[in-house]
Design a protein around this ligand. Sequence first.
Ligand code: 5GP
Length: 186
Amino acid sequence: MKNILVVLSGPSGVGKGTIAKLLIDRNPEFCLSISCTTRAPRAGETDGKEYFFIDKTDFLTKIDANGFLEYSEHFGNYYGTPKTFVTEKLKSNDVILEIDVNGGLNVKKNYPKAVLIMIAPPSLEELKNRLVNRHTESEEQILNRMERIEYELGKKELYDYTVINDDLTKALEEIEEIIKNEKSKN
Ligand code: 5GP
């Protein structure tokens, strides 16, 4: 069975980071891809762990050399999935990418065999309640976030699968089953 590239996307707050981490912990054959970014490392972040931190000139050179499976700009910084890193890892592991919806769709264009999985909340209302109850965002920020969430979930038909993160263990098992089935097709 060949190794596969799996993209996990979903709106912020849906728990995709936790899911990605647990998938790696539970399945030693899975490996999480590391993106390149031009943003500065935050406290506690290490080059080659959370991201490969590179400067803008190097990022642009890598774009010209067709070195990314996809890339985009967020908040004035570039982020991209390094092609060689992923293809090297695919030789020995299934590779998980945790990226936004547009990034996922761009990966599919460049690598049609990628399996796209959308992680969705049980309901929009619940996700909104979670955001409100965190008390970390203003009303305007919550509205902006909800717009973004609805935009991302609106693309779920373009994804291969949607998994509802209602019960974390169930969601993990569902994703593991999808990966197993997809691998058996290879
Ligand atoms: P942060 O700076 O908070 O780590 O990430 C900011 C945003 O960049 C998040 O929405 C994250 O999903 C996105 N991001 C991280 N890596 C990549 C990548 O390789 N490609 C794309 N398109 N987005 C990414």
